[in-house]
Design a protein around this ligand. Sequence first.
Ligand code: ARG
Length: 429
Amino acid sequence: MKTNSSPVWGGRFKKPLAQKTVKFNESISFDKKLAQFDILGSQAHAEMLAKQGIISEFESHAIINGLKKISKKINSNKIEFSEEAEDIHMNIELFLIKEIGDTAKKLHTGRSRNDQVALDLRLYVKHEIQNIQNLLNNLNISIEHIAYFHKETILPGYTHLQKAQPITLEKYLKAYQSMFLRDTTRLNDCLVRMDYSPLGAGALAGTSLPIDREFTAKKLGFNGVIENSIDAVSDRDFIIEFISAASIIITHLSRFSEDMIIWATEEFNFIKLDDAYATGSSLMPNKKNPDIPELIRGKTGRIFGNLMGILTVMKALPLGYNKDLQEDKEGLFDTVETIKNCLDIFNDFLNSITFQTDNMKISATNSYIWSTHLLEQLVKQGIAFRIAHEIIGNLVIYCLDNNKYFSQLTKEECDKISPHIFSSIKLIH
Ligand code: ARG
């Protein structure tokens, strides 16, 4: 006979679990993060069961109210989760039994933890996508604001990390803005595809009870139901897709960070770091280090790792639920927290930066980055592109050999290379 401490599935078992099995098997230490979504799902399920006449209205109300109380207790940390109850789903079911008695034992009717966990995860990812989109939006507002003041700020644009052509700081910043905008729409795409409810899929084959899947899907804000019950409980492609999108976001953040790290060097000196967003050295009194962008660059490793993790968990998994799927959570939670932290602090970091526009200008002036402009001036005068390319190439060699920039050349020096150069130089400066 089942004792009080047996798991909810204990009826078929003669012996209790070994303590090591309990420890190894549990997910409550991390899936407690899903508590509020689990409760929302259960409340919708209980309401549906009553609507379908599977349980009474009275029982449904008792369950829904009991869950409300549990939700409040969890929010105020008044509940202690137990490893023995394995995961968030069984913890809450057991709390409910304690709260309202035997009626709670009807909650799991027509449902399995397999569709329940898939539901919780979808609700969680949907919720967090919105938070991440808000953070992306905040960052883009900051970029817009900063860029507004730098429509005329010239700085060298780089290819191969070699000075290439002049650009404006506005254009530079808006390149990242475009990437973050695409990141937002990428998350939207992910959201649209995952916005279907797995609830009612049961363990894998649905149920013979007359449940109404459309009702719970609508109640929980989904666009519809996942038609195939095996698909509903088996796949985690929405997690793979979400972490892929997060990997692209952190890649963009990492590149932006890398640029700021380079710009903060004494050699570049394009930005000054705010004391509140930089750190010192325990040994070298002169140091001011860009730890924030460095850490963001480093955290790409975690998120890429999480993507590899979930891809590997899913690869070659037999169709249907397998306990391997419990390993989908920690990497997902870590990805969400990491990407939110990085977006948030990078926004503050960006707003704290002083752009050294004079240094950018000097760097752009003391260089040959106007060469392509000059070449195009010659093309406008009817000179073939390849010939113009060679003329300006020769001019650059002349300048390098004589330690001069274009603006310092005399007419005689220019005319020695081509009669078209001198007037063109005037046009580009
Ligand atoms: N804790 C489990 C997980 O995270 C919940 C589903 C358990 N299902 C099962 N058939 N054992 O995946």
